[in-house]
Design a protein around this ligand. Structure first.
Ligand code: C2O
Ligand code: CU
Ligand code: CU
Length: 481
């Protein structure tokens, strides 16, 4: 067993942070040491170091609004899910212990990992029952901003708050002066600030149900400090079940450096109130902002709220100016991505639309909303259980594919693929910057073509990330063999 450190409540990332030590050094467990201190043992290098996180899913209480909200779900009893931080290329283990009475399974959104570690019930593992622990272990190949959320009882557990950031640090520190996580997530609260039913079937068959209390890191409009005149990396994650966020910042001295985890290859324009950044559920943007040189100056992240623009988070300039410049921001080092071969690509068609029959989903350990409204290629997902559908397509390992994603409905669908990344190369409606992603927003009547290399073997879930759509049929999987 390697040494572990548990650091909770650090403000480094603007929310609670969980960091573990890595093997290789001597023991530094926080046991009380008698004086005089004995000579330190010669450290023995660990032949196979692994960074270990013990994550206990449990009920939590937290003051989201005015009164204490009970019945939330987190990884501690009284705080939001922590920001988990590990390193690119470092073997990492997450021991997920289920301390709630419901079944669960943890998914690591956007991470390219071995299929058995993907956390999809029945497709890659059995659901984790009460008091069981599932050991997830993988070596993240890519640096960037990712996240974790349950994939069993997804609607209820995410609505109860179990969505957290997973940061994979670059091998070489890119040298920003601050690094903040802004995890955007709505809650549905009643007048006593308790959790209310997060969806209606009527909305599930349309655009989905928006929460009535918008938060960043479980807070309304939290304020964080940034070094004056410094370069602040702001990692914005949309972990909501439904909301297609439209955001901009009041400081436009910025560069978007990463999109859905990966370094930007085609520039993304600076967002404004008129041309906001559209971030669908599941998506992330890493933005580097040149902070004002004037102490106490503030900039905000503004989102389109239910009743007009809403401040999601604010950043205040602090300290003596560092006098950095925006042109000091160089591109992040590229992640190890297989380059597609478009000349030899095979086309695959996917149609996202209505469910053809009034098919009722099966009620298993992982929950259902009781109806199916949606389908992929006219086949509705029967629910997360052992009687799953066949694969939507079987792909040959390492071959290039162009997936034609067609929205056959009047609603917006953020389409997400597990275990792989793809790049948009065509839309019938607009120009989409050609950046690597795991989730793409399909607008009404839109057809988007994306290209990918099928370089990760397994059964990979493929679904809409509006969870009400996912749980009412708009889900499936592809197989790479
Ligand atoms: Cu973040 Cu299958 O999802
Ligand atoms: Cu995912
Ligand atoms: Cu959808």
């Amino acid at each position: 067993m390697n040494r572990r450190e548990f650091v909770h409540g650090m403000s480094l990332f603007g929310t609670s942070v969980l960091i573990t030590g890595c093997g290789g050094g001597g023991s530094s467990d926080p046991v009380s040491t008698p004086t005089p201190v004995p000579p330190a043992p010669v450290p023995v290098p660990d032949p196979d170091p692994v960074r270990v996180f013990d994550l206990a899913i449990q009920k939590a209480n937290y003051r989201l609004r005015n009164q204490m909200t009970t019945g939330l779900v987190s990884l501690s009893a009284d705080a939001p899910p922590p920001v988990l931080i590990t390193n690119q290329g470092e073997k990492t283990q997450f021991n997920v212990q289920n301390g709630s009475e419901d079944h669960t399974a943890m998914h690591w959104h956007g991470i390219r990992l071995p299929n058995q570690m993907d956390g999809v019930p029945y497709l890659t593992q059995l659901p984790i029952a009460q008091n069981e622990t599932f050991k997830y272990e993988f070596t993240p190949p890519d640096a960037g901003t990712y996240w974790y959320h349950p994939h069993c009882l997804t609607m209820s557990q995410m609505a109860q708050g179990l969505t957290g950031a997973l940061i994979i640090k670059e091998k070489v520190d890119p040298g920003f002066d601050d690094d903040h996580v802004v995890n955007l997530k709505d809650f549905m609260l009643d007048e006593n600030d308790q959790l209310d039913t997060p969806y209606t079937l009527r909305n599930a068959s349309r655009g989905g149900t928006l929460g009535n209390y918008m938060t960043a890191n479980w807070e309304q409009a939290p304020r964080y400090e940034c070094s004056a005149g410094g370069l602040a990396r702001i990692r914005i994650l949309n972990t909501d079940t439904t909301r297609i966020h439209e955001i901009h910042l009041t400081n436009t001295n910025l560069k978007i450096i990463a999109w859905d985890g990966h370094p930007v290859e085609e520039e993304i324009p600076v967002p404004s109130a008129e041309n906001p950044l559209v971030l669908g559920p599941g998506q992330r943007a890493d933005i580097v902002v040149l902070v004002s040189v004037v102490e106490e100056d503030i900039f905000d992240i503004i989102a389109k709220g239910n009743q007009g623009p809403q401040v999601m988070a604010s950043f205040v300039a602090a300290g003596v100016s560092l006098n950095r410049q925006l042109d000091e921001v160089t591109p992040l080092p590229p992640n190890p991505i297989s380059q597609p071969d478009p000349d030899n690509a095979e086309f695959l068609d996917f149609l996202f639309g209505w469910s053809p029959v009034g098919l009722e989903p099966d009620n298993g350990f992982c929950g259902t909303l009781g109806s199916n409204f949606w389908s992929i290629n006219r086949v509705a997902w029967p629910g997360d259980n052992a009687s799953a559908n066949e694969a939507l397509a079987t792909l040959e390992q390492n071959k290039t594919y162009i997936m034609r994603l067609q929205n056959g409905s009047p609603n917006t669908h953020p389409i997400h693929l597990h275990g792989l990344i793809f790049k948009p190369i065509y839309s019938n409606m607009r120009h989409i910057p050609a950046n690597w992603t795991d989730t793409i927003v399909l607008q009404r009547d839109e057809i988007v073509e994306v290209i990918l290399v099928a370089d990760n073997v397994g059964d990979w879930a493929f679904h809409c990330h509006v969870i009400e759509h996912q749980k009412t049929g708009l889900a499936g999987f592809i197989t790479i063999a």
